[in-house]
Write a protein that binds this ligand. Structure first.
Ligand code: SER
Length: 616
């Protein structure tokens, strides 16, 4: 059996031998992508290159990318879901296409790591008339040849979701299954987004591993994309050749390949056991939890899986600079740690243990992710701090239950946000105490939570758009100044000026905005005067929540083509500035000590200017 480390190495070596440049994993927090909080797949950091930007290392790239999917938190507990995983990836940036990709994948899986081709099944795109994109017969032909080469007559079968497997090996599926873009199916893709049909590979663990007969969908046939547990997707070859435009789909500048395969899942296939928590990755951490709790994995799978997944994820996230907090990415780290501690509590682990488990993961991963070792002390300390905090509130939170005979949505929301109790824990604790929670109570909670989420999403976007290096006092002051500067620019240069990006720290503001021409000295002076007047006027900075529509009517600056949540925050500095933003901002311009000055104004890219400004 290969270990995770060996598998990762074999994959990278294999693609190196096919002339790929091996790049290190990008951080879990995207560097230049305001559309998402976390790096959730290998292709995310590659997007500009897939669009045609040339990559400094050439047209063939491969890596193992650490990934985090926050949407999967509540799903962890079964045998295959994790929030954190490593995605093995390779890319052709306008170089090779279907033939090489599929051939190499088949060679890698069946020869290089020795997966038995008998248990390998594949899917391809069915084609879609409304999109004017044909069925992927080319991939089918390639797969057939390859299977034939190892003595398997691979049948292609359509509508397996309706008619079952029919002794097929290659299955056609529609856009819901065999189309890939960051936004999902074609209908959800924004204009300008790349995507394409894909061909996925599945491992068959055997009928006996599935729970099809007991499932809710037992009257439908079992097929490779069925959720019964018999099959597991182990890799996805995306043939990214399309761009969504106003007129429909057009070809991208280049035909790309984007492959992504879960390291943990391929290991599970090698193990021929769908439980990824049985791979070597979790072995030592599991032994530690068994030692601390005196309870066995086999009898407490859900709790173990939550603890193992969440602490591995939290270790990596903190290592990438995400500290537990109530906001943005930090909020997820907090939830991960709290859920892990609560489940540990259930296993009878009463003392702090997160740091010890983190050290085990760090030891295993440090050769690949050196930052974990460098930051070990900080990671362990942050876990400890959060664990202490939660252990304090845990008792208080549990006491909250005793106050109620019935808990309504507001109490649930409070337990969820203030005490950090995950939903299923609230339900379980309530049940154990005989406290009633009705469907209406949960609905009320969901509504409150949705509102809260929209706000925090807006806050997160504001943060990225605002490009703040931190939340220090100085940076916050500069953030408010950036709003004033944008308002000044719009006043002096015209309403066509909009923010294009910014990077703010406690020392300076770097600010990009749309404007075709170099600014004159007079214009710069006028903007400086506008900002300095606002500073001297000691004006209050006010925040109001409203719908995007109301914000627009109130004359707030924002990207209205852009999708906001149901509600947004609008920051106003008297009549000087009004802008949609997640904050944070100072309370009054009087807090700013000194005079605002534009240090430099230069071209950033076509039609975009860049200002560097300071307060002195
Ligand atoms: N982008 C594809 C995925 O995430 C393949 O890398 O599945």
């Amino acid at each position: 059996m290969l270990t995770a480390k060996e598998l990762r190495q074999k994959y990278l070596d294999f693609f190196k031998s096919k002339e790929h440049a091996i790049i290190p994993s990008a951080p879990l927090v995207p560097e230049n992508d305001p559309t998402t909080l976390f790096t959730g797949s290998g292709m995310q950091p590659m997007i500009t290159y897939l669009m045609g930007e040339s990559h400094p290392l050439g047209k063939r790239i491969a890596d193992s990318q650490k990934s985090f999917r926050s949407g999967d938190i509540e799903d962890v507990g079964d045998n295959r879901h994790t929030t954190f995983f490593e995605m093995l990836g390779n890319w052709s940036l306008g170089d090779y296409f279907k033939k090489d990709q599929i051939t190499w994948m088949f060679e890698f899986l069946t020869k290089e790591i020795g997966l038995d081709q008998k248990n390998l099944y594949v899917t391809v795109f069915r084609g879609d008339e409304s999109l004017n994109i044909p069925r992927d017969d080319e991939s089918v032909g390639i797969w057939k040849e390859l299977f034939k080469g190892v003595g398997i007559e691979a049948q292609d079968v359509n509508f397996a979701e309706r008619d079952g497997m029919q002794d097929g090996r290659i299955f056609y599926y529609p856009v819901e299954k065999n189309w890939w873009s960051r936004a999902g199916v074609p209908a959800n893709m924004p204009i300008g987004e790349p995507g394409g049909p894909d061909s996925e590979m599945f491992w068959d663990f055997g009928v006996e591993r599935g729970i099809h007969e007991e499932s809710a969908w037992k009257d439908e046939p079992c097929h490779v994309n069925c959720d019964c547990g018999r099959f597991m997707e182990i890799g996805n070859n995306v043939f990214m050749e399309y761009l969504k435009t106003e007129k429909g789909f057009e070809f991208l500048k280049q035909k790309n390949v984007d492959f992504g395969g879960g390291l943990e899942r391929i290991l599970a296939a090698l193990n021929n056991d769908p439980d990824i928590f049985l791979t070597d990755i979790f072995e030592k951490a599991k032994a530690e939890i068994e030692k601390l709790s005196g309870k066995k994995y086999a009898d407490n799978k859900e709790a173990y899986r939550v603890i193992l997944d969440h602490l591995r994820a939290a270790t990596f996230l903190i290592g990438d600079g995400v500290l537990p907090s109530n906001k943005d990415q930090g909020y997820f780290v907090r939830r991960l740690i709290r859920r892990a501690v609560r489940f540990a509590h259930k296993l009878g682990i009463e003392n702090n243990f997160c740091g010890d488990v983190a050290k085990i993961f760090i030891e295993d991963y440090k050769s690949e992710y050196a930052n974990l070792e460098t930051d070990q002390e900080m990671i362990v300390a942050e876990l400890g701090k959060e664990e202490n905090k939660f252990r304090e509130t845990l008792e208080k939170g549990l006491k909250e239950f005793e106050k109620y005979i019935q808990i309504d949505g507001k109490v649930i929301f409070n337990l969820y946000t203030t005490y950090g109790f995950p939903k299923e824990l609230i339900a379980e604790e309530a049940k154990e105490r005989g406290v009633e929670v009705t469907t209406e109570n949960w609905q009320e909670f969901e509504e409150l939570f949705k509102k809260h989420q929209d706000l925090s999403r807006t806050a997160a976007e504001g943060k990225f758009k605002g490009g703040l290096a931190d939340y220090s006092e100085k940076t916050t002051q500069f953030h408010t100044i950036a709003h004033l500067m944008l308002a000044g620019l719009r006043k002096v240069l015209g309403e066509n000026v909009h923010q294009k990006g910014s990077n703010i720290n406690g020392e300076r503001i770097r600010f990009d905005f749309s404007h075709p021409d170099k600014m004159t000295d007079e214009q710069k002076k006028a903007v400086e005067e506008f900002v300095n007047e606002a500073i001297e006027s000691k004006t209050e900075v006010a925040m109001e929540e409203m719908t995007p529509e109301e914000a627009k009517n109130a004359g707030a600056e924002g990207e209205f083509g852009h999708k906001y949540g149901d509600r947004v925050k609008v920051y106003s500095v008297g009549e000087y500035s009004r802008e949609i933003c997640g904050g944070p901002h100072i309370k009054n311009t009087a807090e700013i000590q000194g005079k605002f000055r534009i240090q430099k104004e230069e071209s950033s890219s076509a039609g975009v200017r860049r200002i560097k400004a300071v307060v002195e």
